[in-house]
Design a protein around this ligand. Structure first.
Ligand code: BDR
Ligand code: CA
Length: 323
């Protein structure tokens, strides 16, 4: 099977690091490079975490570029209350890397990487869209080189951390609005979808039983995440497991057959008194938009059991050394 070439933009972050563990080991992806942005934590912390994640996962050769330290027009609203003050629920890397980011900022790095590829490339966006908006604002011709953007965010029902907005949109709504309006093919791996992809306590036991350094890291960070997100996605006040939103988003790229979704017109509220960061998705075609405006593939559902099976298979491929 031919590998799918991807660039990954992230704000590592507990679910980001679990998503990276999968993305960097699955045989289905050819990760060309990684970029970081402010989001869950300031960009210096997300960059430190991502550089050390590459080291832990034996992928030090991959280029990494550091991106925006601030949303396009706002101050950073971080998610340390969910991910812990170091972004990884207190997890510390046993070995610290000396690797440094590339000299260019993330959006310039992305542009150069895209230009160097003969065919358009998928961007997996696991964070606020600041870097991607800067890329498209400063290099409109980059659009032709992006096959699609697969983004974690948006929702059909409720949001998080506000009743209607999902974090990656809320943290930089102007960026999300701008990127969607360019009509670049855009996949929204919605909160509804990712909340249906939770890992149960039994699944987490299987992670623990793998006994390799990457699985051990996943075990530790998800332990924290279970606590910090315990009010979310409960049934009768009981938590069924833990939602690893960014992992679900990467899984769509490797296994789209597990997902259900449809194309719609979408936009983002940036000026709402109560609704800033809300992703408006025209589910019932009220706006009668032409087909060429329905550029957002909104993912609603995933086959959870297969998703977990594929994740565990890939995680088991890390050796004792973590490589
Ligand atoms: C998304 O927001 C971030 O906190 C997570 O890393 C994920 O990308 C979930 O809403
Ligand atoms: Ca993230």
């Amino acid at each position: 099977m031919e590998k799918i070439k991807v660039l990954i933009d992230c704000d590592t972050g507990i679910d980001d690091i679990v998503a990276l563990a999968y993305a960097l080991k699955t045989e289905r992806l050819d990760v060309l490079g990684v970029t970081t942005v402010c989001g869950n934590l300031p960009v210096d912390i997300t960059t430190y975490n991502t550089l050390n994640a590459l080291n832990l996962m034996g992928r030090n050769e991959l280029p990494l570029a550091k991106g925006a330290a601030k949303p396009l027009e706002r101050e950073l609203w971080d998610a340390a209350y969910i991910h812990g003050s170091n972004g990884l629920g207190g997890y510390e890397f046993a070995e610290k890397t000396s690797k440094q980011p590339e000299p260019q900022p993330a959006h310039e790095f992305l542009y150069n990487m895209l230009q160097a590829q003969p065919e358009p490339v998928t961007i997996i966006a696991l964070a606020p869209l600041t870097n991607i908006a800067l890329l498209l604002q400063q290099h409109p011709d980059a659009r032709e080189k992006i096959q699609r953007i697969v983004f974690m965010g948006g929702s059909l029902r409720t949001g998080n951390p506000t009743p209607v907005a999902t974090f990656n949109v809320l943290a930089d709504p102007e960026a999300a609005k701008y990127v969607i309006a360019t009509k670049v093919p855009f996949v929204m791996c919605s909160l509804d979808c990712t909340r249906g992809s939770f890992l149960t306590y039994e699944d987490l036991d299987k992670v623990r039983a793998l006994h390799n350094p990457v699985a051990d890291m996943v075990d530790k960070v998800t332990g924290f995440y279970l606590e910090s997100t315990k009010a979310e996605n409960t049934v009768d006040g009981q938590k069924k497991g833990v939602d690893i939103h960014d992992l679900c988003t990467v899984m769509y790229v490797t296994h789209p057959e597990l997902f259900e979704g449809e194309h719609y017109f979408a936009d983002v509220e940036t000026k709402g008194e109560l609704t800033t960061g809300f992703t408006l998705v025209d589910f019932e075609d009220n706006l009668r938009k032409p087909l060429e405006d329905k550029t957002v593939l909104f993912l609603k559902k995933v086959d959870r059991e297969k998703y977990v099976e594929y994740f565990l298979q890939v995680l088991a491929r890390y050796q004792e050394s973590g490589r």
